[in-house]
Design a protein around this ligand. Structure first.
Ligand code: SF4
Ligand code: SF4
Ligand code: SF4
Length: 276
């Protein structure tokens, strides 16, 4: 179990605890302010600051160690995520009451591409997206959020899984969970920070992958789709295997294995494989 499960899970995975979706949490003015200004202030500034950090760390790698801890601490309290495999995403949707499809803020900030692959979720009959006048980069024409039923959302996320997208959940002032995201490394601010800069703003999933060596034929379909560089191929025995340190447990590789050789196990069975 990750740190958030211990703090906010009440004995289960924290993202399956309905309290972390409660509408009452929206009474917090700090949270409301953050949500209202999220796209304009957090996403756009985040894109600029990660681009700056990418250039700075190339020149001065030592700076990373100095700023890493305070940065992670701030993000944990403000906007932090976790990779979640498809079956748990479906469980999350089963406890939510309303869902809307949103334009992906990272992709918009990255290259002004509008991609509707994020989902606002709420346990209440109205969501955080209903009564706040959210400033979506000041562009009213992209601000219409598509209200959808859960079955529609599940079908869309299954398709994104088949395209190799990583699923994750996100807080607005932790522990309030407000969104499900479907991301790829090149455009996702969180993945660029977590994987590219080694400044994690998302936990790994509560699971990680294993490969059944008996079934593996060494075709390497799985390693082509893994966005975390967590699958290693050995020419010696013509088999692939998981690097437990790198695996984020997204589970996406499973759908690409023609032999159904990949499965998820609990992360805690691998003491070496940390949540970050
Ligand atoms: S976390 Fe992923 S889906 Fe969410 S806004 Fe960023 S790239 Fe888009
Ligand atoms: S090896 Fe791990 S990180 Fe890579 S796709 Fe599979 S589950 Fe995801
Ligand atoms: S896709 Fe399956 S069979 Fe192919 S290398 Fe990966 S685990 Fe082995």
């Amino acid at each position: 179990m990750c740190e958030f499960c211990t703090q906010h899970g009440e004995g289960k995975k924290w993202y399956l605890n309905v309290k972390n979706y409660a509408t009452e949490l929206l009474n917090d003015p700090k949270r409301r302010y953050m949500i209202k200004n999220f796209y304009k202030e957090v996403v756009e500034k985040g894109n600029n600051s990660i681009t700056r950090l990418e250039m700075t760390f190339q020149r001065n790698p030592k700076l990373l160690e100095r700023i890493k801890e305070p940065y992670i601490k701030e993000m944990k309290s403000m906007h932090f995520g976790q990779v979640v495999p498809l079956e748990d995403i479906i469980q999350i949707l089963s406890i939510c009451n309303t869902t809307v499809r949103l334009p992906c803020g990272c992709r918009w900030a990255f290259n002004k591409q509008e991609a509707r692959v994020c989902f606002g979720i709420s346990f209440g009959l109205s969501g955080w997206y209903d009564d706040l006048d959210i400033d979506y980069f000041g562009l009213p024409d992209v601000a219409q959020f598509d209200r959808m039923d859960k079955e529609q959302v599940i079908e869309i996320i299954k398709k994104l899984d088949n395209q190799g997208m990583i699923h994750s959940i996100w807080t607005f002032q932790t522990p309030f969970i407000g969104a499900i995201c479907n991301c790829e490394l090149k455009s996702c601010l969180a993945m660029r920070s977590t994987v590219g800069l080694q400044m994690p703003i998302m936990f790994k999933a509560e699971e990680l992958a294993e490969i059944d060596a008996e079934k593996c034929t060494g075709c390497q379909e799985c390693s082509h789709v893994c966005q975390f560089n967590a699958i290693e191929y050995s020419e010696i025995d013509n088999k692939s295997q998981i690097n437990a340190m790198n695996c984020f447990g997204c589970g996406v590789c499973r759908g690409f294995c023609p032999e159904e050789a990949i499965y998820l196990v609990e992360r805690r069975t691998y003491p070496v494989a940390s949540s970050f």
